[in-house]
Design a protein around this ligand. Sequence first.
Ligand SMILES: Cc1cc2nc3c(=O)[nH]c(=O)nc-3n(C[C@H](O)[C@H](O)[C@H](O)COP(=O)(O)OP(=O)(O)OC[C@H]3O[C@@H](n4cnc5c(N)ncnc54)[C@H](O)[C@@H]3O)c2cc1C
Length: 288
Amino acid sequence: MKPFEIQSPDSVENAVSFLQQDNSLIKAMSGGTALMLMMKAGVYEPQSLIHLSNVSALKGISIDTQGVLHIGAMTTLSELEHSPLIQQHFSVISKTMKHLANVRVRNVACVGGALAHGDPHMDMPPLMTALGAQLQIKSKNGSRVLPIENFYEGYYTTKLSSDEIIASVSIPSIQNRHCLYLKCTTRVVDDWPTLGVAVNLGVQDQQIVSPRIILSAVVETPTRLLKVEDYLQGKPLTDQLIREASELASESVHPQDDARGSSSYKHQLIKVNVRRAIQKSILEKAQS
Ligand SMILES: Cc1cc2nc3c(=O)[nH]c(=O)nc-3n(C[C@H](O)[C@H](O)[C@H](O)COP(=O)(O)OP(=O)(O)OC[C@H]3O[C@@H](n4cnc5c(N)ncnc54)[C@H](O)[C@@H]3O)c2cc1C
């Protein structure tokens, strides 16, 4: 590994002062679980890493009076999994964490890294997209808010500039909504997903209201299935409707062949798992 510097700032202002526009050899580091793998493989050779672990302003989980959940970028995935606030009000997040990688990774990996990395085979990005999360992004020039839905551009590519960090993520209340993330793996249950399906539905008087359905892993970026959402909107919730929606979901994307399966296999996975995700989200809410 090539030598590199590590900076350990103790404030957001200090942290962003090290970053430079158009210089991706200087990067923020949170847990380092993804960065270290890339560095060991020689695909990333940084000049300097800005370790954010001493920036206390980037840590913490809270819910405001509007029911909006705020998570600091340096909150670990284990903290999300075990937070009583999240278990009570956003249980879909803590449930998702249980099968994301393994305990050792979750104990160090942080929300900022899990969202900024941009690997299509990840669980947090589709879930946060389904939940309508907003990212608070900071640089030395100020801050901006970006819906996560507009954040991913392609394979390992996001809208984050090299002089910006994710400071926190905010998620609107999901009270009375049916939310579920279904991870489909071809090996062990906590493997990287072959397919991720995230759903967030309202149901009123037996009719579907403002559905959000996101597919990931089979495509380059978390992809909202707008056609399927339009198809479901306002219709009575029946098994037949869910089947038709899953067929439409499978027709809406063009998965690539890769080591985890052929395109036709993934079409089949989508059909089966979109149906399961919608059905399970309804069932889980009824049982809770
Ligand atoms: C064995 C193993 C199994 C895994 N399995 C899964 C899995 O099943 N599902 C899954 O989703 N993931 C899986 N992962 C990936 C894991 O989720 C990521 O490695 C982790 O989330 C990255 O977080 P981190 O804090 O370690 O990021 P880092 O490695 O510190 O950073 C990753 C990237 O994000 C950037 N970054 C970090 N923090 C910020 C910030 N605050 N603002 C801006 N940019 C930032 C860094 O510059 C870097 O580009 C696995 C990883 C391993 C090692």
